[in-house]
Write a protein of this length. Structure first.
Length: 585
């Protein structure tokens, strides 16, 4: 018998009436040195439960390789810390997690199989899932409530009704958990329109809703679909995520708190999405693609109660007050904001130009007649440099058939001649080729895999033939640049034009959180002490990158930027205040 059971109108935990007051917090978006701090702050707001997805793509980067379960992916440790804090856990292992996460959490080795039917009972998909569960679940079983652990419920799929209606698939997922020893309550979550509820539900499995407002209307729809059982909002959206080039989304604390009050007054259980959003470190952000490709920014602050840097914002205090009217809130002071590093300027006085280094950096340069996609190059994330020669000189048009995935910088004999973006559906570039036999370099960036809808797994890199004035260019060197090891870089003093790594050092007495501001810089990636903070872009909205305190060390610290274009000044700033950009309410 699971620890958490249902009655006609609520939950019982170990036989006692229980209301889930949960907050979403993804361990994989928080530096592991800060997990305990964030969990304590969850409890202090009055949450009795935390919820997390589990990203398949990071835990199993290779289909035949071992499971990755350390560092920021040490889920068993996160679950132990939650238990130590007295919190229950809702686990959402997928397969699909959406979450503005690269590929919605589906591994690229799976999504790039052209024949596979994702999120369906296609055995190519379900067999891969079963093999993954064989690895994932044994280390998690001791953390289930049945074994005295914190996990009281497990979600099956994620908003499946918005995608498909393959009930055999849902049944398979259900059975795949049960047959491997998961005894806890299973549930599905859906947006509450009747079609989604009908398509994504599994008879005998609790259905929960996802919504951010109109609590009464949404609970009524849920009740119409499921006449008995606890009412639960499995994702109560209290803020939102940002795309590059859009304003930063915020929602007034009073407005979100009023909806939380409605939910709790109606007797519903809730999972606040997000309680603490964290950061899309490295190359982990996802993208939307509705009419146009729209990648997600590095910050996943989400305008959540606990900010990206783990400080209580206005919603923290407003929600704590609401929760206190319905459930016990610890009789301890609310947490204070953490100390920040004193503002500092970092001089980036040494450079390593990217293009000359690319050949040395590339793990596996591949020579082909036509350009390969990043997936064909076996590259899950990062960049690739494509190099060939153009036989004819003169004015003309480079045509990239099929476009680029997702952003391409074009160089002729090392000089920048233009940029193509998937966002703008770019396919052509007018150029002047300086000489017959000029070197054409195309540096392509994967800006993040689509995480929602039918375009999951859409290819990256150069997506078709490249022609100059109608003549196909043949004979390409394709150089994958995963940028997961910068140790081979040789920095030298000077000023580099064009794509280059820039290096600087700064002194820290006592590590504390800080924010990296890059005024005058254009677009690229940032690392501190080898920790990949993520992508920056002057397109905004976000203007600072969060630097977690545990990334820093007392003494000298290294900052490396990969700047793809140019900077007006070789200087970066560490500030004490985040700047996520102009706001949209
Ligand atoms: C849906 C998904 C989540 C997330 C939110 C938006 O509800 O289930 O994973 O993508 O939308 O943030």
């Amino acid at each position: 018998m699971p620890a958490l059971t249902t009655t006609p109108d609520g939950f019982l935990l170990h036989g006692e009436p229980f209301r889930i007051v949960s907050g979403a917090m993804h361990y994989f978006r928080i530096h592991p040195g800060q997990w305990a701090d964030r969990l304590r702050k969850a409890r202090l707001m009055g949450l009795n439960t935390v919820e997390t997805y589990v990203p398949w793509n990071l835990h199993q980067p290779d289909p035949d390789g071992p499971l990755v379960l350390d560092g920021i992916l040490d889920l068993p440790r996160y679950l132990s810390l939650a238990r130590a804090e007295g919190l229950h856990v809702l686990l959402r292992p997928g397969p699909f997690i959406c979450a503005e996460w690269d590929g919605g959490g589906l591994p690229s080795w799976l999504t790039t199989d052209p024949d596979i039917r994702l999120r369906s009972s296609d055995p190519r998909f379900t067999d891969a899932w079963d093999r993954y569960l064989d690895l994932l679940l044994p280390p998690l079983l001791p953390h289930m409530a049945a074994a005295g652990g914190p996990v009281i419920a497990v979600q099956v799929e994620n908003e499946y009704g918005a995608y498909g209606d393959d009930t055999t698939y849902l049944k398979h997922l259900h059975q795949s958990l049960r047959s491997r020893g998961i005894e806890e309550l299973l549930f599905t979550c859906e947006q509450t329109d009747p079609e989604h509820l009908a398509a994504g539900s599994l008879p005998g499995t609790l259905v929960t809703g996802t919504f951010g407002s109109k609590a009464d209307q949404n609970l009524t729809r849920l009740r119409a679909h499921q006449p008995e059982g606890p009412l639960m909002c499995a994702e109560f959206w209290i803020g939102w995520f940002d795309h590059w080039g859009e304003p930063h989304h915020v929602r007034a604390a009073a407005d979100a708190a009023a909806d939380l009050e409605r939910l709790l007054s109606a007797g519903a259980s809730v999972n606040i999405y997000m309680f603490h959003g964290g950061t899309n470190f490295g190359f982990t952000n996802g993208a939307n693609h509705d009419h146009a490709y729209a990648p997600i920014v590095t910050s996943y602050d989400y305008d959540a109660p606990l900010t990206e840097s783990g400080d209580p914002g206005p919603k923290y205090h407003a929600f704590r007050e609401v929760i206190a009217r319905h459930a016990p809130v610890p009789d301890e002071p609310a947490p204070a904001p953490s100390r920040k590093l004193a503002p500092t300027v970092v001089e980036l006085d040494r450079q390593a130009p990217l293009l000359p280094h690319a050949a040395r950096q590339a793990e596996r340069p591949v020579r082909t007649e036509s350009p390969l996609t990043l997936d064909e190059l076996g590259l899950r994330s990062g960049y690739a440099l494509y190099r060939t020669t153009v036989p004819a000189a003169g004015d003309g048009v480079l045509h990239f058939a099929g476009g680029v995935g997702d952003r391409a910088q074009v160089f002729l004999d090392g000089a920048p001649v233009g940029v193509l973006e998937r966002e703008r559906h770019d396919e052509t570039l007018p150029v002047r080729v300086p000489r017959a036999g000029a070197t054409l370099d195309v540096l392509v960036e994967n800006m993040g895999g689509v995480n929602y809808g039918p375009r999951i797994g859409a290819p990256k890199g150069l997506l078709g033939a490249v022609t100059f004035n109608g003549t196909a260019l043949h004979g390409w060197d394709c150089l994958p640049l995963p940028l997961n090891d910068l140790s081979g870089l040789t920095f030298e003093a000077g000023t580099a034009a064009g794509p280059a790594f820039h290096h600087g050092t700064f002194e820290v007495t006592e590590p504390a959180d800080t924010f990296l501001a890059l005024p005058g810089w254009t677009k690229g990636q940032a690392w501190i002490n080898g920790f990949h903070l993520g992508r920056y872009w002057n397109r905004g909205p976000q203007r600072t990158l969060y630097v977690p305190a545990p990334v820093l060390r007392p003494g000298s610290n290294d900052l490396v930027l990969l700047e793809l274009h140019a900077t007006t000044s070789p200087r970066a700033q560490l500030t004490d205040t985040p700047d996520l950009g102009p706001e949209q309410r």
